[in-house]
Design a binder for this molecule. Structure first.
Ligand code: AMP
Ligand code: ZN
Length: 114
């Protein structure tokens, strides 16, 4: 998608602080971190939101969550944990329409969200 900032990050047109990439996903630090650890994990495939997820994407989503777990551990969240968040559309607070998992850790996070 030409007007999607995360597709532009994937294409290298917008810089990012990359943590990991392979042929189907990319992880990078959030530009406005809300916790000592705050990174995003995205599929290279442009999926607008979790509401647009197809059955054929189920394995990809599983691999994304497994990689989220691995990277969270690598960044020191294995013992105390982290929050794995997918915001969706307007009510969910999604601001970038390319499916992404937020991984937040390094401090105790409040609940419920405001
Ligand atoms: P959401 O509100 O769930 O759609 O999350 C979008 C996230 O993308 C926000 O936490 C932003 O801080 C983050 N973000 C936006 N632009 C960039 C960028 N160029 N590099 C890294 N993170 C970004
Ligand atoms: Zn995109």
């Amino acid at each position: 998608m030409s007007d999607c900032i995360f597709c532009k990050i994937i294409a290298g047109e917008i810089p990012s602080k990359k943590i990991f990439e392979d042929d189907e996903m990319l992880a990078f630090h959030d530009i406005t971190p809300q916790a000592p650890v705050h990174f995003l994990l995205i599929p290279r495939k442009h999926i607008r939101s979790i509401m647009e997820l197809k059955k054929a994407d189920a394995d990809l989503l599983g691999r994304l969550f497994f990689k989220a777990q691995e990277l969270a551990k690598e960044l020191g969240c294995g013992e105390k944990g982290a929050r794995f968040v997918i915001n969706c559309k307007t009510d969910g607070g999604q601001t970038v329409d390319h499916l992404h998992i937020h991984i937040l850790g390094g401090r105790s996070l409040g609940w419920p969200p405001g």
